[in-house]
Design a protein around this ligand. Structure first.
Ligand code: C2E
Ligand code: CA
Ligand code: CA
Length: 552
């Protein structure tokens, strides 16, 4: 797009130059005739016609400068130079000063064009500069990269993303955030020195062009560690230490030509990949991560389509008391079936949805659908059954989540004491004050909470003991080799013991065989969920399962 616009501008300037030169040649011929010129039977004085031609020529020159203040100016100056040469030649050869006004006009025009092009250059520069850091902004960055690639310059593009700036803006004020950005930008400038150029993109992103022949990976490592160093800021009455973290994506055009837009997109893909992967600080672009990004994009479209066209439905996986196999309740699990009959796994689309706000829509759909469907089961069994619904960390951290949930409960007339919400341990580890406040409020409404995937997160013991939950779900990963790995078995034993200390009940999920079952029974686990007793089943089979196992 940018390249075609650039080519069009060049073409127009060349066309303009040809026109100007032709006009000045025609004008020279007219002057040589002297007297009047007849146009459509009208006698037009030569001086008048000549003035008109010069104005037209000057107008074309201005248009060329406006198209490109550098190339357009050079072209205009050449055209005016030719006219000037023609005029002065007439003066010297014919010893006539009839062309003197024309020659003076040329000089004035050149000065006028110098003025216009300088002003344009200044305003273009201001447009391309980030006011805060003084670095070139995205607008300028894109233009410069296009120019570099056109000039066959080789190198790598690094995109840097800062994390933590929003918190600084919110907690310490925008001025402090601005100062942090300035410090980071000068650190980047210092590190790259003469081996590249730094640009300030939107928000908390920077771009760097690293010239060919330098160790880009080493530079990125240095950049990250420098940016992440302590930043000392002057607070109102004391100094403050603030920190930001940083991730990078790198794409290069070293061994082959890469279209500039593609090159920048590749660096973006690489940076987004690094942002997605927890422990990855930087990532080089490659075809594999491009495929991951494309698949993610497709999955996002599937989700939107599924929400709009009802391709989502729920299945229910039973949970049993380990002793006696009495049914405790069901966990609702979402499914996506596309019109061509294929399925997308929830492990895949939930992860994609969690990176955007689509997860809020999914959770909303599941809450309403599960309660609508399961209400009849609760009525039939006088509320002696539990419905567990998975809720994302994003949802429970929402300010209005409690009101939203109570509204769905009211609309569907679902018995709230039968409702349990599952939140992963990981989201507890990252929980905010709002999350904990929401859980406490909902506990007051008799809604139960389970910690999902327990044993895989990083919740501290102190945090755990304060959690207002009633059920711990031990993750399948820990159950998988419980019979073959002694350390695993001891860990599960400790988790069950700790769960009971916290006055929680404990369920093991992903239990697939009898050996695991009897070992868990031995360890004192309260409930199980897994293929050993039942895979997830559809809504109609729930009634059958209840008939068989609820009155045991
Ligand atoms: P999860 O909450 O840990 O759900 C348990 C997953 O383990 C389910 O996979 C279930 O079908 C599977 N599973 C249960 N027992 C066994 C077993 O014995 N063997 C094996 N191999 N697998 C077993 P599913 O349904 O594919 O869901 C995957 C994940 O997707 C869930 O993990 C949950 O994190 C997410 N998810 C599923 N439904 C929902 C939903 O409605 N809302 C949200 N927010 N997330 C959901
Ligand atoms: Ca779950
Ligand atoms: Ca789980």
């Amino acid at each position: 797009m940018r390249t075609s616009r650039y080519k069009a501008a060049k073409f127009l300037i060349i066309l303009g130059s040809v026109l100007c030169v032709s006009i000045s040649a025609f004008s020279g011929a007219v002057i040589a005739r002297r007297g009047d010129v007849s146009i459509g039977g009208l006698a037009v004085p030569v001086s008048g016609l000549n003035g008109t031609l010069q104005s037209l020529s000057f107008f074309i020159c201005i248009a060329m400068v406006l198209l490109d203040y550098k190339f357009g100016f050079i072209a205009s100056a050449c055209c005016i130079g030719i006219s000037f040469f023609g005029a002065t030649r007439t003066i010297f050869v014919s010893h006539s000063i009839s062309s003197l006004p024309g020659a003076i006009n040329c000089i004035v025009n050149v000065f006028a064009l110098i003025l216009i092009s300088t002003q344009l250059k200044k305003s273009r520069l201001a447009e391309m500069t980030d006011k805060l850091t003084g670095q070139i902004n995205r607008y300028g960055f894109e233009e410069i990269i296009h120019k570099k690639i056109r000039a066959f310059e080789k190198g790598s593009i690094v995109f840097l993303h800062l994390h933590g700036l929003t918190d600084i803006n919110v907690n310490l004020g925008r001025n402090m955030g601005d100062n942090v950005l300035k410090t980071v930008s000068s650190r980047i400038d210092t590190i790259i020195g003469g081996i590249g150029e730094a640009y300030k993109l939107e928000g908390s992103e920077f771009a760097i062009f690293v010239k060919e022949g330098h160790d880009c990976e080493e530079l990125v490592k240095k950049l990250i560690s420098s940016v992440e160093e302590k930043i000392v800021m002057q607070g109102e009455d004391s100094t403050l230490n603030v920190y930001v973290t940083c991730k990078a994506g790198i794409a290069d055009c070293l061994n082959k030509y890469v279209n500039p837009d593609t090159l920048m997109k590749n660096a973006d893909i690489a940076m987004n990949h690094a942002l997605r992967v927890e422990d990855m600080k930087y990532c080089f672009f490659n075809e594999r991560i491009k495929q991951i990004a494309e698949r993610e994009h497709d999955v996002e479209l599937f989700i939107k389509d599924a929400l709009e066209n009802n391709y989502f439905y729920l299945v229910y996986q039973p949970q049993f008391r380990i002793n006696g196999k009495r049914l405790r309740g069901f966990e609702s699990l979402i499914r996506m079936k596309l019109p061509d009959g294929s399925f997308v796994s929830p492990s895949e689309f939930i992860a994609v949805a969690e990176r955007s706000d689509l997860i809020l829509k999914i959770d909303n759909f599941v809450l309403r659908r599960a309660m609508e469907e399961f209400k009849e089961v609760c009525e039939l069994y006088e509320n002696n059954i539990t419905l567990s619904i998975n809720i994302s960390a994003k949802d429970i951290a929402l300010d209005g989540f409690v009101e939203q949930l109570l509204e769905v409960i009211e609309d569907t007339e679902f018995p709230r004491q039968c409702l349990e919400l599952e939140i992963t341990e990981y989201s507890f580890a990252k929980s905010t004050d709002i999350t904990i406040a929401n859980i406490k409020k909902l506990r007051e409404h008799n809604i139960m909470f389970a910690i999902d995937d327990f044993g895989t997160g990083y919740t501290s013991l102190a945090q755990l003991l304060n959690l207002p939950v009633n059920l711990l779900k031990i993750d399948k990963i820990l159950i998988d080799n419980i019979c073959t790995n002694e350390a695993n078995r001891d860990f599960v034993n400790a988790v069950i013991y700790m769960g009971h200390l916290m006055k929680c009940e404990v369920i093991s999920e992903g239990v697939e065989d009898e050996r695991q079952l009897s070992l868990l029974r031995e360890l004192g686990c309260d409930f199980v969920q897994g293929y050993v007793w039942s895979k997830p089943i559809d809504y109609t089979s729930v009634f059958e399962m209840c008939r068989e196992y609820l009155n045991v």
